[in-house]
Design a protein around this ligand. Structure first.
Ligand SMILES: C[S@@+](CC[C@H](N)C(=O)[O-])C[C@H]1O[C@@H](n2cnc3c(N)ncnc32)[C@H](O)[C@@H]1O
Length: 444
């Protein structure tokens, strides 16, 4: 049984090693669009064995860029092709990636067209015979043909309408910002972070918050000493800003719900909070515990479902509910979301968020504070969740959140918008519980 497997593995490895950069791009595009992979997992796979350098940069840029721009590229290609859906998927993906290279990435037209025509000639079977068509279409394709606000924003129509309903005049700018590549943002832990990074050749420029840097690490993050020694944590500045909406947490007991890999739990622990980290997924909770340990920090971890009453979790001074969501504020790093999103997803996420908010609020003492946040930009998962909570819980009120980045007011709470600088989009609300029953027994 095991013998036939060894030659197959060797064949896969050697054919991978021989694959051209653009063949690897096609592999990533196929995995994301037709095999349900996330862009980051597909890219990690597609980059297997490619050393840091120009090939790696090309594969990353073209695969991610094509996925980010896909709705706009398809609209532009649709004007030049009678029936794109009738093409073999590899040829269609070659056209999309070629159009991205020529029209967005700025590869000189003749080089982009030539590279993709040659790639199509190497495709197996009858697809190779379509190289002439690829040549003709790539020479003429033009983004000016991607008409209408949805295509202009690089979004499928339903998602564009969803974002336009919540962000109004800010929607187009937010969507276009998420078409750009993202810097590798890190939060520094410890005074020697920058020194360590520079000593190993990483370039770092300051971000919009103290202790936040945009890195060009020069090699995979996990290979950096600064990472291994717990001096840095990948984190978008918007994610860090959300935590600061809790205000002063030193010496307070703080619940971090949906603690995941512990990025926000680490920030809270480093600020002096006694953190109770709640996560439904045991594996994620364990990764979070190890991540905090890497950073020299700790929390008490609870593997429980926060959409039902929280048993075994103490009453706290403050809670952060970083709720699971559709992630429509993170399309830059997760472009696959825009290709799969449906309005039902937002409704389903909102139902879970409402249940979690009610259950988490129960654990906050009178006079305490709760920050509700999602990295999604629709009304359903943001202001509407908070409005229905407030309607059923008169002891709570919303106050304007104070964060160290620019925000745009939402009907309740605020939006942190995706920006050209590379910030992710979030919704956040700061909720305060009344000091009821001041003279009575404390409801511990
Ligand atoms: C947006 S992510 C949180 C990221 C994390 N706070 C961080 O900054 O690293 C949401 C997390 O909520 C968790 N989650 C989903 N449903 C949950 C539930 N019912 N109870 C507790 N955690 C839940 C997910 O597993 C996921 O890790």
């Amino acid at each position: 049984m095991t013998e036939p497997k060894a030659p197959r593995r060797r064949a896969t490895a050697s054919s991978r090693a021989a694959a051209s950069s653009r063949a690897r791009v096609l592999q990533v595009l196929d995995a994301v669009q037709r095999r349900g992979a996330s862009a980051s997992a597909a890219l990690t796979d597609g980059l297997g064995g490619v050393e840091p350098g120009p090939d790696r940069a090309l594969i990353t840029d073209v695969a991610y860029g094509t996925l980010r721009w896909l709705p706009a590229l398809d609209a532009a290609l649709g004007a030049r092709l009678p029936d794109p859906a009738a093409l073999p998927t590899t040829v269609l993906d070659a056209l999309r990636a070629g159009a991205f290279e020529r029209l967005v990435r700025g590869t000189p037209a003749h080089a982009a067209v030539h590279a993709w025509v040659e790639e199509v000639k190497r495709l197996p079977g009858p697809a190779a015979r379509l190289s002439g068509l690829v040549n003709a279409v790539l020479r003429r394709v033009d983004l000016a043909d991607a008409r209408g606000p949805a295509a202009g924003a690089g979004l499928p129509e339903p998602l564009w309408l969803h974002l336009a309903a919540s962000l109004g005049p800010h929607a187009a700018g937010a969507a276009r910002a998420m078409l750009q590549p993202e810097p590798l943002w890190v939060t520094a832990y410890g005074d020697d972070a920058l020194e360590l990074l520079r000593a190993e050749g990483a370039e770092a420029r300051p971000g919009p918050l103290p202790g936040c840097w945009a890195l060009r690490p020069g090699r995979p993050l996990g290979a950096l000493d600064a990472f291994r020694r717990g001096a840095i944590q990948p984190q978008n500045p918007s994610s860090a800003a959300v935590v600061s909406a809790l205000g002063e947490v030193a010496g307070r007991r703080v619940l971090d719900v949906g603690s995941g890999h512990g990025v926000k739990a680490a920030q809270l622990a480093a600020a002096g909070a006694a953190v109770e980290a709640v996560e439904i997924d045991a594996h994620r909770s364990e990764v979070g515990r190890r991540n905090l340990a890497r950073l020299g920090l700790s929390a008490r971890h609870h593997v429980v479902d926060a959409s039902v009453p929280l048993v075994g979790v103490p009453t706290v001074d403050a809670a952060l509910l970083d709720a699971p969501c559709t992630g429509t504020g993170t399309l830059r790093g997760h472009p696959e979301i825009k290709l799969r999103w449906t309005p039902d997803d937002a409704q389903r996420a909102a139902a879970r968020q409402r249940a979690m908010l009610a259950s988490v609020a129960e654990r906050v003492r009178p006079g305490g504070v709760l920050v509700y946040a999602v990295c999604a930009l629709g009304l359903e998962e943001g202001p509407e969740v908070v409005a229905s909570f407030l309607a059923a819980h008169p002891e709570w009120r919303a106050v304007a959140p104070s964060v160290p980045l620019p925000t745009v007011p939402a009907p309740i709470g605020a939006w942190l918008l995706p920006s050209d600088e590379g910030l992710d989009g979030f919704y956040l609300a700061r909720l305060e519980r009344a000091e009821r029953d001041r003279v009575g027994a404390s409801p511990a």
